[in-house]
Design a protein around this ligand. Structure first.
Ligand code: AMP
Ligand code: ZN
Length: 147
């Protein structure tokens, strides 16, 4: 663990958290500042700052657990007492500062969405400029080159 990683502290039982699931590779606990009630973070147990450092097995397990979290969030929203509203689910992972990463321990956000919840993703101006197939194919070719 690097110095003062809050998620490592949580995983070590040194900081408070509300766990939903834990196995040898992956844990899922509630986000302290939920986009909507039911917002869960899925993290690798081994400290890993960036996605490029995450081993594929742990990445696979993270997605497997996130899928189960999504199912649990949907199921919970059917219980009148749970206070979770879920008409859809977003997965979000910020890898790097420019992508919005604030905690340097890989984490996959899983959170419920419902119409009118006020959460929005803002698109860059580039999004509204149509790309040509040639441009898109050229980028795909570069990606294949570095694969
Ligand atoms: P990101 O911007 O993707 O790095 O998101 C970091 C997330 O970690 C935010 O949604 C925070 O609310 C959440 N977070 C930070 N500290 C804690 C904590 N102690 N317990 C639970 N979630 C946390
Ligand atoms: Zn950590």
């Amino acid at each position: 663990m690097t110095e003062k990683c809050i998620f490592c502290e949580i995983l070590a039982g040194k900081a408070e958290a509300s766990f939903v699931y834990r196995d040898e590779a992956v844990a899922a606990f509630m986000d302290i500042q939920p986009v909507n009630p039911g917002h869960v973070l899925v993290v690798p147990v081994r400290h890993t700052a960036m996605l490029s450092e995450l081993n594929e097995e742990d990445g696979m397990q993270m997605f497997r657990v996130a899928q189960r979290v999504a199912a649990a969030v949907r199921a919970t929203s059917k219980l009148p007492s749970a206070g979770v509203k879920c008409e859809g689910v977003n997965f979000f992972l910020a890898d790097g500062r420019a992508a919005g990463q604030e905690v340097w321990h890989v984490h996959l956000h899983v959170f419920p969405r419902f119409a009118g919840d006020g959460h929005h993703m803002r698109f860059s101006p580039n999004y509204f400029k149509p790309s040509t197939r040639q441009d898109i194919e050229q980028t795909a070719e570069k990606l294949r080159e570095v694969w």
